[in-house]
Design a protein around this ligand. Sequence first.
Ligand code: SF4
Length: 434
Amino acid sequence: MKERPLLLLLNPPSPPGVVANREGSGGMGVVSQDGFYYPPQTIAYAAALFRWAKWYIRVVDAVAYKMDAAATLRSVTAAKPDVVAIFTAAPFVEADFAWARDLEFPYFFFGPALAYLLPKLTDLPQRPPLLLGDPLAGIVPAAEALLGGSKAPGLWWPVQSQPPEPLSQRSLASLPRPAWKYMPTSRYRFLSLYAGRGCDDHCRWCPYRLGQGCRHDQRPPEAVAAELSWLFQTFHKERHIFRDAVFAADRDWVFHFLEELSSYPPVPWECESRPEHFTPKLLVRMHALGCQQVKFGLESASGELLARWGRLSSPDEIDLYLEKVRMDVLTCRQLRMPCRLFVMTGLPGETEDDLAKTDAFLEILAAPYISVKRFHRYPGVEPLPGEVLPPERLVYWEKRLAGRAQPFPVVSRGRRWSDRLRRRYSRLRVRLGL
Ligand code: SF4
């Protein structure tokens, strides 16, 4: 093996007409119709691990550069890598495998979705080498094994009929900071980071538990505050998005993080969590410390539906749940901090009555932004009994629910000025520990 081989990390081209958001849904992947995609943070982490291992690194993000299949192949060939590591996700596996067949270099695929596609992959002719499980737990040994033709944990060679045990989630605390310097950051509208990953809850529709793990692994607050500030001061983006699905699951952790953040110059950031995780006091502090948007999943206002899908333990919890959502939205409106509410449609067993309840709730809620998402059953999500409403009814309800958003009215310069003063005052209180 060369002393310092060259590793090329690749985000392959999008299929024609859509954008491949391979990082979306906890790394399980989303076909983006509107062009939105997350910067491939998994690749930035992998680059940091290869830098630790003293490899030469090159990254080709074909999605960011809108490269087609031929242009991507030319770019990879020109780099003459020793190994190519290719990021993939559930909706793109076949297209990505087909594209890679023209490569002249040793290559393997990685991505958390692969471990959930085993039934489909086992009998696949021309199956390429695959790294199963959390890529961050074994991507460097897998690349070394590819060079030497040897075995590595989680690496499934085409000659092996049975897959190895997928790699389990690596603790985030043991990872270096993502090496964004290798990525085309000027092409990204924002950058992202983890405060933690995984979730202890049991919503049965959820791809995040598959891609990020079913245990909430949280990083030390000091390290997260330092990384957020470093991102801002190094790359100067106006948006930084936490990729955690349950950022505020541990409220004490968030208060500690905000305290740490108060010792750095102001940084803009956004996060997502369950509605029950926020309190008015927490939202006020988050806003004072640079939080520019919060997202939370209402999903439905039907207690029966949410209990059946594991979001609530019992339908009786629905009143408290909706009260929490109301308080969150009211606090965000008072702070004029944008909040985006997610609503889900198309769950098996969801009725017109369930959707009417959600609609009635949204009508009086006045949420500034509402995103309505159709349920998609990812590989690894158990099937649940129940009919799905016909597509034309779902389209009707989706338009109606999305139309319940009530964005903030335009405000005067005086109001903006007083908002800014109030934020500075709150920030000062956090710094003084009041
Ligand atoms: S709380 Fe969110 S991340 Fe956790 S299981 Fe439910 S939907 Fe998934």
